[in-house]
Design a protein around this ligand. Structure first.
Ligand SMILES: C[S@@+](CC[C@H](N)C(=O)[O-])C[C@H]1O[C@@H](n2cnc3c(N)ncnc32)[C@H](O)[C@@H]1O
Length: 282
């Protein structure tokens, strides 16, 4: 799986990305719906605080490096959670969940087809009545990124490599740096390709540099939540990609408040109806 969350990038997440409003935001749903799965749990930014709160939560992630950090952090907090190394589109967990959270994960380095499969796998991993919480940052919410869809801006890509500016002390006694740039933007495929460059200094000497590309999907028509605080939901990725409706078949959309930041998708798995099709539409 071509994500960049390996090696020095995984270290960076473990060292510096340890907080955020999503812990409390999604945590409220987990408090009411367990067991829960943090799908794409990374280094445990969300998972570990939830374990510390006493919640019954498993984790999955495609990156062994991210999971190794997560395991170490969980152990330090006195927990041994079930952590499984799997991409979302091959998700097969040992149990089903009342709540699944997918935060900052969907559409990273995957094909549209894999994303469609992932929705099906996530749906199948829910208990009847369970809920999938899936965040999505719509591309038009970031004007810098939106401009990259113009022909003029695309003609200036790839951006040049940025100079090394940041150098941060790490808990392991080393120093770390991180730079990113845009390599390409594809408005028809609705993807953006970025590159991250991570540096490692030991005793003041630069000893490693890793450059990793990542193509991320930009889901521009992600959710139509209607007027009643999330009364309808539709995900639609156009002719080549994901298309599912949360309002038909076994899907119901619960009356939830709108996500506080960005755009979010919420899907509840209704109790099984034997006479109806049980597959996620694609
Ligand atoms: C931006 S990090 C977010 C981690 C965590 N959810 C959080 O909010 O702190 C993205 C994580 O998703 C994982 N990931 C990306 N694509 C994935 C996929 N298709 N299946 C499973 N994990 C994936 C990466 O390895 C990385 O750990």
């Amino acid at each position: 799986m071509p994500t960049w969350h390996h090696g020095l990038v995984a270290d960076w997440w473990a060292f510096y990305n340890t907080d955020g409003p999503e812990i409390a935001y999604f945590g409220e749903y987990i408090a009411d719906g367990q067991p829960a799965l943090d799908a794409g749990c990374g280094t445990g930014r969300l998972l570990v605080p939830w374990l510390e709160a006493g919640y019954d939560v498993d984790g999955s992630d495609v990156s062994q490096d991210m999971l190794a950090h997560c395991r170490e952090r969980a152990r330090a907090a006195g927990s041994e959670p079930t952590l499984v190394a799997q991409p979302l589109h091959e998700l097969t967990m040992p149990r089903r969940y009342r709540t699944i959270v997918v935060c900052g994960v969907f559409g990273l380095g995957t094909t549209w087809e894999q994303d469609v499969q992932a929705i099906g796998r996530l749906f199948d991993a829910l208990e009847p009545g369970g809920m999938l919480l899936l965040d999505n940052e719509a591309p038009y919410s970031d004007s810098d990124q939106w401009l990259l869809w113009t022909a003029e801006a695309r003609a200036r890509l790839p951006e040049p490599v940025k100079p090394r500016l940041e150098r941060r002390a790490a808990p392991d006694g080393t120093e770390r740096g991180m730079r990113s740039r845009v390599l390409a933007s594809d408005p028809l495929d609705q993807t953006i390709t970025l590159e991250i460059v991570a540096d490692l200094w030991r005793d003041g000497e630069l000893v490693a540099t890793e450059a990793r590309p990542l193509t991320a999907a930009l889901v521009s028509r992600s959710a139509d939540q209607g007027h009643a605080g999330g009364s309808r939901l539709r995900a639609d990725r156009g002719p080549r990609g994901l298309r599912f409706r949360a309002t038909d078949g076994r899907h119901e959309v619960p009356h939830l408040p709108r996500p506080k930041a960005g755009h979010g998708l919420t899907v509840r798995r209704a109790a099984p109806r034997p006479t109806r099709a049980t597959r996620c539409r694609s």
